[in-house]
Structures are given as C-alpha cells and as structure tokens.
Design a protein around this ligand. Structure first.
Ligand code: NAD
Ligand code: MG
Length: 286
C-alpha cells in the first residue's frame, strides 16, 4: 500500500479515470471489513465513482448501507465498477450521471437518489474540482473560478438543500474538505478558498441542524492517490506526491473511508457534529 518513492509521472484530463492510473489506487476492495454500523441506511455520495468516493461507497455497503452515486457522464466506466463492488455486498448502488454545476440537474439528482433508495439518511458531499496553475494569481480567469466555485460550493448548497427535504432527524451530512483549507498551495488558490469555505459551512450548518439531530461534519484529507491528481497536477508534482507529509507518502482512498464511516454512523459518532477530521499523513488541521 505504501508508495514511499512517489509515483511515475502521468497526466490525464479532468475529471480523470481510474483505469489509466499507475499504480491503481486502493479503495479497500480487499481489506475493508464492516460491522453493521450503517445497517439499513441509505446514502448519497457525490463523486462516488472513483477515488475517496468509491472507497466510501464500498465501506458503506460493507457496513450495511444502500448507496446512490452521482458522477459526470464520462465517468460511467468508473461508476460501473463501484456499483459492482457494492452489489457484491448484496447492497443497492443507484447510478446517477449528472453534472452538478447545473442547478436544476443537481437538485433532481438528489430527488432521484431519494426516490430510488426510498429515502435518504446520509449525504456525503464529496464531488470536487481543482486545477493546478503555474501562472500567478493575476492570471486566474473567470472560467477557472466558475468551474471551481460552482462544483465545490454552489453544488454543495444545492445538493444539501434538496437532501434536507428527505433527511430524517438523526441523519448525517459529511463534506469533503482538504488540508488545503489549512495549508493552502499557491497553485490551488481558488480551490483552497473553497475548502476553507466548506469548513465554515460545516460548522455553521451543524449549528442550525442540531435541533433536528442532523449531524454535519467534514473530513479533511491530505494527499490521496485518486484520479483527481494526475488529472489536475503537473507530472513533477505527481512524482513527489505525498512525500512532504510527516508520514512521508501519499494516502490511499482506503485509508480515508473509515473517517467517513465513523462520522456517518450513529453507533460511533452520535455526539459528534461540527467537526473537521483530518486524514493527512500528519499535517496539522488547525
Ligand atoms: P476523484 O476524481 O476520484 O473524485 C472527484 C469526483 O468529483 C469525480 O469522480 C467526479 O465524479 C466528481 N465531480 C467533479 N466535478 C463534478 C461535476 N461537475 N458534477 C458531478 N460530479 C463531479 O478524486 P478524489 O480525490 O477522490 O476527490 C474527492 C474529494 O476529495 C474532492 O472533494 C477533493 O477535493 C477531495 N480531496 C482530495 C484530496 C486528494 O489528494 N485526492 C485531498 C483533499 C481533498
Ligand atoms: Mg471520478
């Protein structure tokens, strides 16, 4: 599992796919063992086709949950593979190819998930976009900003608002933040700003939803080996990806998923809300 020596140089176009990656990420396919922590729950995972979202889908299924995943149409092959792993557990995986940057589509994706799963107990806002830039801040264009802010923030609002029409008292919302909220990279200025906003959104919404016993938390991953990286980072960065962490390597999606299970489950986290849980290989999240 460890890749102490970094990764071979490689490049894809966004959104990126799992198949061309060397080495293949570990989503816990052969390792995650469930123990009924989400028995009978229904979860919507945006970006659940690949990377961290796929590892969360597999772990949730092994904990007894049915899942729906939203992803871009060009990621159908990845979505199918996630669905196969979920189906192996005897759980449902509803596939909803949708571009979340379109408000009406984002909202109808959530409705479709809730209708097909016959309700919704858990929302995982995991879909995200970044693009590393060599140019200075002055060169960030409105197109750059639109894609990053619409994917990471507008869609987060639309999806969460609509999910709240279905989430029962005792439901759970988990947002995917990033170490970038705490230690921003110049090359990811707009992305890092959205992740800081997601942390702020998390604690604020947790306050409003506390009386409904809906818990709102976030996970802040460090460098994790997923299609997002070769699709949005420079090759020379990929070769050293993760080596700057105290643990000295990138993490695998399988190493992040248990944090989502912990926060999703009322068995383990019934009194945990407004928290941002770092899974960073030792980088501080405060
Ligand atoms: P990933 O590429 O596997 O997952 C991101 C997913 O976002 C894609 O699979 C895609 O389905 C979805 N997505 C993007 N734009 C979309 C759109 N317009 N409509 C619908 N879906 C869209 O990569 P990942 O690293 O697993 O990313 C998951 C989350 O983890 C993201 O929010 C990312 O910011 C966050 N994160 C990743 C890392 C890392 O190092 N990989 C670190 C910190 C945070
Ligand atoms: Mg993907």
């Amino acid at each position: 599992m460890a890749h102490d020596d970094g990764f071979p140089a490689q490049q894809q176009q966004p959104p990126g796919l799992t198949e061309p990656m060397t080495p293949r990420p570990d989503h816990g396919e052969e390792s995650y063992v469930g123990s009924g922590k989400l028995e009978g729950q229904r979860a919507l995972i945006t970006g659940g086709d690949s990377g961290i979202g796929r590892a969360v889908a597999i772990a949730f299924a092994r904990e007894g949950a049915d899942v729906a995943i939203v992803y871009l149409p060009e990621e159908q092959a990845d979505a199918r593979e996630t669905a196969e792993w979920v189906a192996k557990e005897g759980r449902r995986c509803v596939l909803i190819p949708t571009d979340l940057r379109v408000e009406i589509d984002a909202r109808s994706a959530v409705r479709s998930a809730a209708e097909q799963l016959d309700g919704l107990d858990i929302l995982v806002n995991n879909a995200g976009y970044q693009m590393a830039r060599r140019q200075s801040f002055a060169d960030v264009t409105s197109e750059d900003l639109d894609r990053t802010f619409t994917t990471n923030l507008y869609a987060l609002f639309w999806v969460t608002q609509t999910a709240l029409e279905y989430l029962p008292d005792g439901g759970s919302i988990i947002n995917n933040s990033s170490i970038q909220a705490y230690q921003p990279s110049e090359s990811l200025l707009d992305y890092a700003a959205t992740k800081a906003a997601i942390n702020n959104f998390t604690v604020n919404l947790a306050s409003e939803l506390g009386p409904r016993r809906i818990r709102v938390n976030a996970v802040a991953p460090g460098p994790i080996w997923t299609p997002l990286q070769p699709a949005t980072q420079y090759s020379e960065k990929i070769e050293k990806f993760g080596s700057e962490t105290p643990i000295g390597r990138a993490g695998q999606p399988a190493e992040v998923a248990p944090a989502f299970v912990f926060l999703a489950s009322n068995v383990t986290a019934s009194y945990v809300s407004a928290t941002v849980l770092g899974v960073t290989g030792g980088k501080p999240v405060f």
